[in-house]
Design a protein around this ligand. Structure first.
Ligand code: HEM
Length: 550
């Protein structure tokens, strides 16, 4: 008998009893029975939904309002629990794929820190798993896009148009832009003449760097560090950069309900205006770029830039009509590139710089490689990128320890079998776990990066673990694996390697401690995970000491 049928039967029995004292007590007992039975049955259903995998049975679900209000107790883990429990969560059950069932909210999820399970669920055209619409709803406000797509053919249509935009020409533009922005930063922040520069929050400049980079290479804006004044036509108060910044600073507002955003609150009003300006600008730009692309003269075609936006419009125009994206979908994807494409890199760069501050010996090792590959008299160029393996290793290690895209929700679109790798120490191989349609798997990207199956001593910042690793290796699983892995991985790596090469050639990085603070206290203060839209560390206070060059 199903839970609903049982509840109905008990309610009608209770309703048919007349309400004297005796029957009132009977009704109360009946209600308790209904409650207990319903919970037992829901629990039984939930066990099925998580394939009877071992795991947590706790009162609340962490991603609910109540769950968010409580922080990190054993009974109510809080929304940062994947970070806070990363050393013990899976060890406790001796499995890297476990379940979580909440007694009261009725939610049941599978959490995995296993790359093979990640591969099965991450998606592609033929996967049995999709991105649940609920998890991506907030990303749809600017139009249908690749990141929010459930999967299957719909996802492939987006990827088909976006993939060609990540071209060699883009990476060349990106490399040049990153180096130029680094120089502009030195001038703009008045570091050029300084022997020592101190910052209380390295994120301030890594954000600005990554935002301007995606602005120039993603959108084709002509921003620069100190003078980003491009006025939107007909609105002298709002420069494009201003609109861009307002949109960016308010990213979290995408999580709010739409009606709240309509309230006459100054911040929301500005956000709406900035989004409208950017959209208006994009609509105009799409038309302009289409005209250039379809123009017959080679001269006009030469004017086409290498930025992602231009190249996406081009790929779309060149696509067969039936595969073309609508303009609104192009806009949706461009906005999503801004969202996915700079906060992640900025957070990781800040975390990498802070870890390097703790490891002067690693900085020296990297410096020596930079000097032997590039030397001190010229700027690095894109070809050097392949040889700057230690710079890349530092960034990968930052990505591993602080994976900005820290979780991925997936849902079984049909009844399916999940092949769960046996725990280390047991017979190698997998165990089939039947899952019903609708079962939800959360890829805990933090868990994967701290899983000793893949990374020994995972709490140590060790760049040596990436030695001899091919550039595109799936070992860098913080970018996900399989056909739906991060499309911007090379973009992130290119800008990061260019920026870090320039930075580490010029400067030694040291922790900037507060008065009376010990190194241990600094470390504890800085390296606490900060889980918002993406994962990062706390404000990284750092000191940059100019390297003496012969
Ligand atoms: C350190 C930097 C980055 C990290 C750690 C990262 C990580 C990830 C991960 C884990 C995913 C898979 C998400 C999922 O399937 O639910 C993803 C997807 C994506 N990323 Fe990145 N990313 C980074 C930088 C970038 C950059 C720079 C861009 C763009 C310029 C970008 C654009 C995207 C897009 C568009 C997707 C969706 C791909 C698809 O669904 O086919 N990311 N990223």
């Amino acid at each position: 008998m199903s839970y609903n049928a049982l509840t109905g039967l008990l309610s009608s029995v209770l309703a048919s009893i007349s309400m004297d004292n005796h029957t009132l007590s009977l009704a109360a007992v009946g209600l308790v029975v209904v409650f207990v039975v319903s919970k037992v049955m829901a629990y039984r259903d939930n066990l099925k939904r998580v394939g009877h995998l071992p795991g947590y049975r706790l009162p609340l679900f962490p991603y609910t309002i109540l769950g968010i209000m409580f922080k990190n107790s054993n009974l109510i883990p809080g929304y940062q629990f994947l970070w806070n429990w990363r050393s013990s969560m899976y060890k406790r059950f001796k499995h890297d794929t476990i379940s979580y069932i909440s007694w009261f909210s009725g939610r049941a999820l599978i959490f995995t820190s296993n790359v093979e399970v990640m591969r099965q669920v991450a998606g592609g055209t033929k996967s049995d798993f999709i991105k649940p619409a609920q998890a991506s709803k907030v990303l749809l406000v600017w139009g249908s896009n690749i990141l929010a797509s459930e999967g299957g053919e719909h996802w492939r249509a987006h990827r088909r148009i976006m993939a060609p935009a990540f071209s060699q020409g883009l990476y060349e533009l990106l490399w040049r832009t990153s180096i130029s922005l680094y120089r502009q930063m030195l001038a703009g922040e008045e570091w050029e003449t300084k022997k020592v520069a101190q910052v209380s929050r390295a994120q301030d400049f890594t954000y600005k760097f990554a935002l301007l980079t995606i602005g120039v290479c993603g959108f084709g804006f002509h921003f620069n560090w100190t003078d980003p004044m491009i006025t939107v036509e007909g609105d002298s108060d709002m420069t494009l950069m201003k609109a861009f910044e307002i949109f960016d600073h308010n990213q979290v507002t995408v999580l709010l309900p739409w009606w709240l955003l309509r309230l006459p609150i100054k911040r929301f009003k500005e956000y709406r205006r900035a989004t409208a300006k950017l959209t208006e600008w994009m609509v105009g730009q799409i038309a302009e770029r289409k005209e250039l692309i379809n123009s017959r003269t080679e001269d006009d075609k030469e004017k086409l830039r290498e930025d992602l936006f231009t190249r996406m419009v081009k790929a779309n125009e060149e696509e067969l009509k039936k595969f073309r994206l609508a303009d609104q979908e192009l806009i949706g994807n461009i906005f999503i590139l801004l969202l996915a494409g700079h906060e992640t890199t900025a957070q990781t760069l800040a975390a990498t710089l802070a870890q390097l501050a703790l490891h002067p010996e690693i900085q020296d090792e990297i410096f020596e490689q930079i000097m032997s590959v590039v030397g001190s008299n010229r700027d690095p160029d894109l070809e050097d990128h392949r040889s700057l393996t230690k710079v890349l290793a530092a960034f990968y290690e930052g990505t591993r320890m602080y994976p900005a895209a820290h979780m991925m929700f997936r849902e079984a679109r049909v009844d399916t079998i999940l092949h769960v790798e046996n725990p280390v120490g047991e017979a190698p191989g997998t165990t089939p776990v039947p899952l019903p349609k609708g079962a939800t798997v959360v890829v805990d990207v933090i868990g994967v990066q701290y899983n000793e199956r893949y990374f020994d001593e995972p709490f140590k910042f060790k760049i040596s673990r990436w030695a001899d690793m091919p550039h595109e290796s799936e070992a860098a699983s913080a970018f996900s694996v399989g056909p739906r892995a991060c499309i911007g991985r090379k973009f992130a790596v290119t800008e990061a390697v260019a920026f870090l090469t320039m930075m580490l050639r010029d400067w030694k990085i040291e922790p900037l401690m507060e008065a009376g603070e010990t190194l241990g206290q600094w470390e504890k203060r800085i390296f606490q995970g900060n889980v918002m839209l993406s994962l990062g560390i706390q404000s990284a206070s750092l000191k940059f000491v100019r390297r003496e060059r012969s």
